[in-house]
Ligand binder design. Structure first.
Ligand SMILES: Nc1ncnc2c1ncn2[C@@H]1O[C@H](COP(=O)(O)OP(=O)(O)OP(=O)(O)O)[C@@H](O)[C@H]1O
Ligand SMILES: Nc1ncnc2c1ncn2[C@@H]1O[C@H](COP(=O)(O)OP(=O)(O)OP(=O)(O)O)[C@@H](O)[C@H]1O
Ligand SMILES: [Mg+2]
Ligand SMILES: [Mg+2]
Lengths: 165, 165, 165, 165
C-alpha cells in the first residue's frame, strides 16, 4: 500500500485545487516561511480524522477553511482527499485503490467519504486499523514536536509503545 | 495484553540500541521500564550516552543530540510497526551537517518499506530527495505546488528497488 | 505602578508595530490588553498579520512567522530596556534565508546599544559576524574554544561606531 | 558597560580553563551538535545567579560540574567568572571593571564573589538592578524557547512587560 495522491481545495492557504502525486524515493517539500508546507502535513492528519483542531493550530475546524486574502475572497468549504493504492494486502479489500475524503463547511458541518460514498469517521478508522495509517501513529511528526518524546513523562511515553504493540 | 506489550518493548529496545549507534556513530542507549514489576502500567525511561561522553540524564544533552536520540526511538518504532508513509516536518532544524548526513542515510534505508515526505529548508536534505515539491505564494496568501523531479532510479515501496542513486 | 506599566506598554506597542513591519517587510501587528479596564492585572494579547494575509490567531502562523513575530516583540522590549549584552541561542533555526537576512539587519542596528552573542549553525548568520568562537571537542567530551576574527571596523558599544562592515 | 570577558573551568563540558573575550560587532558561537555552545549560554545565566537547575537542563547544581569522560576524570568544582567593563555609568561604582564569580562543589556548597570578595547572591542581584543584566531579562534567549512568548498565556506574558517597566 502506498500514498498515490493527496488533493485539496479550500484547506488553509490552499485556496485553489492542489495535487501532490506519488514519486519514488524521498519526497521533499520546500519553500519560504509561511508558504504552506506544514499546511500540507496538517491536511494529511486532518483527512485521516484528526479530531483536535488545536493540534492542527486552529481553535475550531472552520479555521481550516481558506479565509481569504487581499486579493481572494474567503471560501465556503475545505476538502482534502487522500488516495492509497495497492491496498489489497493491507486492507483486504476488493478495491485496488482507496480514496478517503473529508470536508468541512462554514456552518461547522463536516463530511467523510470512502471512494465517494459518505461514511462516518469510525468507518475510516476501522478501515485503517493496524495498517499504521492514522493520526495516532508516530509516522506524522509535526514541526517542533520531535523533542516531545524525550521531554514527556515516562507514563505518557508508554502510550506510544502501546500504539505500536 | 501484557505479553504483547512486553514483546514489543523488547523489540523496540533492540532496535533502539542499534539505531542510536548508527545515528551517533557510536555510544550506547537503551530503554528501561521504570517499574519492572508492573509491565501493565510502568512508564518508560530513556538512557542515552553519546560516544566518548559519560552517562547523564537526557535533559543535559544538546538540542541536536536530543533530536538524534528522538529520531533513533522513532525509527525503532517504525521497524516494529511500519507505516506506508511518513511525514517529517523540519526534523533537521537542530542538526548540524554531519548529523543530517547520518539521518538521511537512515531514511534511505527505510525507503524499502515506506514513503518519506520530508519538509525541510536544509540543502543537504534537499540533495537527498528524488523529487521536490516547491510550495510558493506568488499570489500572496494563496499556496501553490510546483514539482521538480530529479531521477527515477527507485521503485515504489513493495516493488523491487534497484540500488538507490 | 499602574502608570509606569501603562507607559511601558504604550512604548513597547509602538516599537512592536514598527519592528514587525521591518521584519516582515510589511503587514501589521499590535499588542492588546485583554482587559482594558484592569491595567494592574490584565494579560497581554498579540495580534499579528503578515503582509498580504488576513488576520487570524497567531496559532495559525507558520513556524518561521512565529519566530519573526517573537523576535519583533523581543526587540521591542530591548528598545525600552536595553541590556549591555544579549545571548541568542539558535534563534534562526526555523527561518528561511530571506528572513535570516532581515533578522541580521535588525541585530546590526542594535549593535550600537548592546553586544550580541549569537549561537548558530547558519551560514548567513555566520557571515554577518565579526568574530567566530568555534567550539570543538577534539578530546571527546571536553569543550575548547578557538576564536577567529574577521575585521575590526566596529567599536565597543557606547563608543562612536564607524559604519558597520 | 560591556561584557569584557567570560571565563570558566569545570563547568559542564568545559573541563579546562576557557576564556571568551570581547570583540566589537556580532560574536557568533559555532560548532557541531553537542560541542558545548549552549553550555556557554548556560554558564552566563548560571554566574548571574540562575536558581533553577532545571532551566539549565540539570536536576541539581552539582550536575554542572564536569563529570568526566573516557579520557578525563570528573572534577570537584565548577567555576564561572563574568567581567563587565566601563561600569561607572551603570553601576555608579568606583570600579571601572566588575568581575562576578560563582562556584559549586561536589558537596553542593556554592560561593559567589564580586571582584574576588565573597558575597551573597543578593549582593549580585542588587548590583545589577535596573541595568538589564540578570536572569530575568529577555536578553538571554535559550535554544528552542523563542516560541514561548507567543505560546504562553496572556497573564504570563504580562510578567515580561512588568520586568521591562
Ligand atoms: N484558513 C486559512 N486561510 C488562509 N490562510 C491560512 C489559513 N490557515 C492558515 N493559513 C496560513 O498558512 C500560513 C502557514 O502555513 P504553513 O504553516 O504551512 O507554513 P510553512 O510553509 O510550514 O512555513 P515555515 O517554514 O515557517 O514552517 C500562515 O501564514 C497562515 O496565515
Ligand atoms: N557536567 C557535565 N560534564 C561533562 N559534560 C557535560 C556536563 N553537562 C553537560 N555536558 C555535555 O554537554 C553537551 C551539550 O552541550 P551543548 O548543549 O552546549 O551543545 P551545543 O553545542 O549547544 O549543541 P547543539 O548544536 O546540538 O545545540 C552534552 O553532550 C552533555 O553531555
Ligand atoms: Mg512549517
Ligand atoms: Mg545548543
Amino acid at each position: 500500500m502506498y500514498l498515490k495522491r493527496l488533493e485539496m481545495v479550500g484547506f488553509k492557504s490552499f485556496a485553489e485545487r492542489t495535487k501532490l502525486e506519488y514519486e519514488p524515493g524521498i519526497m521533499a517539500i520546500v519553500g519560504p516561511n509561511g508558504c504552506g508546507k506544514s499546511n500540507i502535513s496538517d491536511a494529511i492528519r486532518w483527512v485521516l480524522g484528526e479530531q483536535s483542531a488545536k493540534s492542527l493550530r486552529g481553535a475550531g475546524m472552520t479555521d481550516f477553511i481558506f479565509n481569504g486574502t487581499d486579493t481572494h475572497k474567503p471560501m465556503g468549504m475545505a476538502e482534502v482527499s487522500l488516495t492509497l493504492a495497492e491496498c489489497e494486502a493491507s486492507l483486504g479489500m476488493e478495491y485496488h485503490e482507496v480514496t478517503v475524503t473529508r470536508r468541512v463547511y462554514r456552518s461547522g458541518e463536516g463530511e467523510y467519504l470512502i471512494n465517494k460514498t459518505p461514511c462516518r469517521l469510525k468507518d475510516i478508522q476501522r478501515l485503517f486499523m493496524d495498517t499504521g495509517v492514522g493520526t495516532n501513529s508516530y509516522s506524522l511528526m509535526e514541526q517542533g514536536r520531535i523533542d516531545r518524546i524525550l521531554s514527556s513523562h515516562p507514563e505518557d511515553r508508554r502510550e506510544v509503545f502501546e500504539e505500536a504493540s | 495484553t501484557t505479553q504483547m506489550f512486553q514483546e514489543t518493548f523488547v523489540k523496540v529496545n533492540e532496535n533502539f540500541k542499534d539505531m542510536f549507534g548508527k545515528l551517533f556513530g557510536g555510544g550506547t542507549a537503551r530503554l528501561v521500564m521504570v517499574d519492572e514489576g508492573d509491565v501493565l502500567e510502568s512508564g518508560i525511561e530513556i538512557i542515552a550516552r553519546p560516544p566518548g561522553k559519560k552517562l547523564q540524564s537526557v535533559s543535559l544533552l544538546s538540542g541536536g543530540e536530543r533530536t538524534m536520540t528522538a529520531v533513533a526511538l522513532l525509527f525503532s518504532l517504525y521497524m516494529v510497526k511500519p507505516s506506508p508513509f511518513c511525514v517529517l516536518d523540519e526534523l533537521d532544524a537542530a542538526l548540524d551537517d554531519s548529523n543530517i548526513g547520518r539521518f538521511v542515510t537512515v531514511v534511505k534505508e527505510f525507503l524499502a518499506n515506506s514513503q518519506f515526505i520530508v519538509i525541510t529548508h536544509n540543502r543537504q536534505t534537499i540533495g537527498a530527495a528524488n523529487v521536490l515539491y516547491g510550495v510558493t505564494m506568488e499570489k500572496r496568501g494563496v499556496s501553490k505546488i510546483i514539482s521538480v523531479k530529479f531521477n527515477r532510479h527507485q521503485a515504489p515501496p513493495g516493488k523491487a528497488a534497484p540500488a538507490a542513486a
